[in-house]
Write a protein that binds this ligand. Sequence first.
Ligand code: PGA
Length: 260
Amino acid sequence: MSRRPVVAGNWKMHGTSAAATALAQDILRAIGRLRRVDIILCPPFTALPAVARVVKRRRVALGAQDCHWAEQGAFTGEVSVPMLQELGATHCIIGHSERRRDCGETDAAVARKVQAVVAHGLTPIVCVGETLQERDAGRTLEVVGAQLTAGLQPVTPEQAPRLIVAYEPVWAIGTGRNATPAQAQEVHACLRQRLAARFTPAIARQIRIQYGGSVKPDNSAELIAQPDVDGFLVGGASLDAAQFAAIIRAAAGVPAPATT
Ligand code: PGA
């Protein structure tokens, strides 16, 4: 079956509301009317309302970069799923490696967050990925497989088809060193096998698996050509409207416009 490609821009901690508004407007202008791809913009929490205003009436979705698992409570500094939903977010990145590394986020925390996101009808983008040390030790498939199994533990078969999984090798994030198409395909195929075992092969065929880590216009076409690569989670290049649009066009299989 052919899965609809999905490209998300993870803006990380970049952008005041004013800057985010300008970037979102530039991106919409640069992509024009592309129909064959789902697009998600994930600005910082504070810029969600500003970006929501820009993407309203366009087929571009809004995502957050994290959430808390509780509805509300004594959790200083945290943001809950209903709060994100109120701002128009339909997606939420969960378990990004920067949060696992810098905030001590564990697989158990990822699972609780995934549960909260799906319970409210939002779509989690569940991130998995190995470190360079783990890859060099030949442990890549074991590590990402365990992260996937743990993170999706609370998801029911009914909720599963709309999940998005993002494979992001830690050594490729923000380093300019992307996984080769063959490396990405090997991991994506393994993740899909895990999904088939956890749910059913039919459900696994519906779940989209993004690749993330130094995705750029010049490597996106060969990555998306892999049978199990269904889109991208883009960091740095998503902050540049022209680059992000070029990646989206590659994912949609649309040739770049002729330059004059
Ligand atoms: P990068 O980040 O594209 O800047 O490597 C990807 C990510 O962290 O989601």
